[in-house]
Design a protein around this ligand. Sequence first.
Ligand SMILES: [Zn+2]
Length: 722
Amino acid sequence: MKSLLMAGSAAIALAGVIAAPALAQSAMAQTAVPNNILLAEWTGPYDTVPPWDQVKPELFPQAFQFAIDEQRGEYQAIANNPQAPTFANTIEAMEKAGRRLDRVQTLFGVMTDNMSTPAYEALDKEWSPKFSAASDEIRLNPKLFQRIETLYNNRASLGLDAKQTRLLTRTYEYFVRNGAKLNDQQKAELSGLNQKLSSAFSEFNSHLLKDESTFTQASAAQMAGVPQDVKDAAAGVAKAKGLPAGSYAVRNTRSAVEPVLTFATNRALRQKVWQAFANRGDNGNANDNNAIIKQIVKLRADRAHMLGYQSHAHWRMQDTMAKTPERAMDLMMRVWKPAVARVHEEVADQMVFAKKDGLTRIEPWDYRYYQEKVRKAKYDLSEEEIKPYFEQSNLLKGMHWAAEKLYDLKFTENTGKVPVFNPDVRTFEVTNAKTGQLVGVWYLDTYAREGKRSGAWMNTYRSRAGLLGDKVVLASNNNNFTKPEAGKPTLLTLDDASTQFHEFGHAIHYLLVDVKYPSLGGSQRDFVEFPSQVNENWLLTRPVLEQFARHYQTGQAMPASLVDKIKKADTFNQGFATVEYLSSALVDMKLHLDPTGNVDPDAFERKALAEIGMPREMVMRHRLPQFGHLFSSDAYSAGYYSYLWSETMDADTWAAFEETGDPFNRAVADRFRTTLLSTGNETDRADAYRQFRGRDPDVNALLKRRGFPVDGGNAPRPERGK
Ligand SMILES: [Zn+2]
């Protein structure tokens, strides 16, 4: 049931749960489990851990089929129970169902995200629609829904506590939202739509992965200006690709591309690298995603209409804090205007330098390069100056130190003690520093590699849920930092370091969640990014910098003057960062608000950007043909705004710490943990926020943090009440 109802714990790109129109097998639960490691109960320390070292693609078809059939049997037993429905025999029983399939899908999701091969891609393509069909088989089961509806209609007289009532209500609403009240013919159509969508998602993903596996070849002369560690890594890739000695290969992923765009003096190389990256999925070749996007958007619009909504965005936003697309758009537009104004200022600053190089205007492949020059001139601060102090292992220690100080979470490395899926994965035992009690295991997969999807994400292999007796959380962080050559340290940029803290914030959240029902362990989409973004704030606190930002060669602490410069440059580049993100979020929402769903993605993107006044010197962070958030699953569709919604709460939460004069104020941290983190989704999130802060979040905190003028205008606030 976890995968059905949890809105946003994992970044796993699986479309749903279960599968295949097979025979009803009510005796399934008694069937012997085949001898297949993927189906076996996990074993080992920490209340058992996944058998990563034994996962093989050829084991999945049997495991999928068996686990799907078993889950079908479990749900049929609930639906066909001759006894009248009770909370225990229906809702709680559903919470306990499908556990084996959850485990198999967890293993599969990690292999497709972190270790993909053609064999896994083929499996994903084949099984995604089957999982979708199996989910629908549950969600559209009339007997099951009848039991849920009966309970829902009588919920006031069932003697349920607040959490149980919330679970029942959410389960009922989830079923209705997904078609439980449609007639048989509509149900069949809906299920067909969902299966087509999941095939399309899988195809989109595989195209994107292929385009990100390409590279741009460059000579030593072309790489002039690029930092040595980046060049070393590019030389390593060139060698692995069998290119002649002395050449470099810039992989077509964000972490490889951005340093070249920031530092390469050779403008032609910057342009070439930028074009390859900005055009992923948009090259008119076998990996082109435009036709798939067109199909996805149309299918989504049709589905929304069938379910009684005017657009996919309206449908998707039912279970969010924002509630309606309009409220999300209001917040975005309030921040968009000052952000665009700031970009124009940033470009004017850049032109001072660009003119000296004979340029008459800034092109998108120039922005980062000249922005870096402005940073150096304005703040006497360069990325290269920071990096030697941001050695990854030191920063990990800083991150762990902060988590212990704030939440008593103690991290002790235990790499080698539990199986991992790649030798680069490090693991850490997590205990409560005060009681010594075991909390979980934290897996860290740091480096980019072929077959690993781009970006950074958190994932749980097991979450805490009292009903299931699951106490020890297994959480993982996944980044895509460039792997240094053997023996060299991993030096992070400020952006990478923030990403590391961000993903760790997700992990902290799930390590602290302490709920009874698994379905109340997740979060609404526009809440999910809140704990992670809050955690980014501790990176640039003085105690963390002074103790853990140590020069990788000399061991010297970061000089106070450099700390000051970093602090001073805090709002630098916020025009770029905000517009890059918000343009993507606005286009996402506009696309999914289109009531017909008949769009030409390329034309739509250009038109939507023109409407909002996108600065011509920039491009969206994710153009549609590579926007995995939107098209590799439904998860972030009409939902990319969530980061901003979450950041509104984040900025206001950080202000609560700052108001005390101590970023590690334990009283605030305790309140943050008990009201907002450990509660999962057991209570209304807007109510929980008010409990934490005594009021709704203040949007001005976010404007201030980004260095934009505070407007004091009509603040679109998260929904008041329910
Ligand atoms: Zn995140």
